[in-house]
Design a protein around this ligand. Structure first.
Ligand SMILES: C[S@@+](CC[C@H](N)C(=O)[O-])C[C@H]1O[C@@H](n2cnc3c(N)ncnc32)[C@H](O)[C@@H]1O
Length: 250
């Protein structure tokens, strides 16, 4: 089979954050498959077919990409950020596992990208410099009760936290509940970073004490980072630095 499938991350937005490996795969591809706004980031050229599809059809999109590769096409499935973080890589492997055995012989690679969490953290300093966890706050694919349990346990374990998909128009109440849980569970105040549209022209970064956070500070283009009890702010002229020291005293 001469076809192949690369599942690639386009980074958070800035072209400078697309890796050379992903650029090379896109330059070789015959087909690019993905969610409409991500496919729109790929430049058209002769010999390249773009297949843009709507949200929430990840398994259909994956099957389509696997079929194209099995027919000999050179296919790149694109995600924003990193494809392995709440994105298309797991969806493609769900489709692969449930699909025809011929797909298992395909040349499939996952090409990492700069995930939004790391791009957001870098904007303010090093808030994830010690142990942290990442949680997707969408309850599309898991029950809300599980999200609440993970939030409480992460707070108890004193992790810094990174929240993807914090708040959508269709479920605005989830992030309000998240803030209430954290304001109750974290015994002290701590910095929260609202990093919106990082590395795009609409970028905005706010640092707010947990006690003063309100739900409307986040939307679906926002990454929310919550410090641990050891996260610190270095005040200075200009933007402050937020960081979590590498060590915790015994
Ligand atoms: C479905 S997840 C995809 C994550 C992506 N695979 C990644 O690694 O960044 C979408 C969520 O990622 C976050 N996100 C993606 N790009 C972002 C950006 N440029 N700035 C801030 N948050 C972003 C938002 O929380 C958004 O709701």
């Amino acid at each position: 089979m001469s076809g192949w499938l690369a599942i690639a991350g386009l980074g958070p937005g800035d072209e400078a954050l697309v890796t050379p490996e992903v650029r090379a795969a896109l330059a070789e591809a015959t087909d690019v498959v993905g969610y409409i706004p991500y496919v729109a980031r790929v430049a058209e050229r002769p010999g390249l077919t773009l297949h843009a599809s709507d949200n929430r059809v990840e398994i259909d999109r994956s099957r389509h990409a696997l079929d194209l590769a099995a027919s000999g096409r050179k296919v790149v499935v694109v995600s924003s950020g990193d494809p392995g973080v709440f994105a298309m890589a797991a969806a493609v492997f769900e489709a692969l596992e449930a699909g025809p055995s011929v797909w298992r012989a395909l040349d499939i690679r996952v090409l990492p990208g700069v995930t939004a969490m790391l791009a957001a953290a870098a904007k303010v300093g090093a808030p994830l410099g010690h142990d942290f966890c990442a949680i997707n706050l969408s309850d599309n694919l898991k029950p809300w009760a599980l999200i609440e349990k993970r939030l409480r346990l992460a707070a108890e374990a004193d992790f810094a936290m990174a929240f993807y998909n914090p708040r959508s128009k269709s479920r605005p109440e989830g992030f309000a509940r998240t803030l209430t849980i954290l304001q109750d569970a974290c015994g002290d105040d701590r910095p929260v970073i609202f990093a919106r549209a990082v590395s795009t022209p609409e970028e905005s970064i706010r640092i707010v004490p947990l006690s003063q956070c309100t739900p409307e500070m986040a939307d679906m283009r926002t990454m929310v980072l919550v410090g641990s009890s050891t996260t610190r702010i270095i005040a200075r002229d200009g933007a402050p630095i937020v960081y979590t020291p590498r060590s915790v005293p015994a």
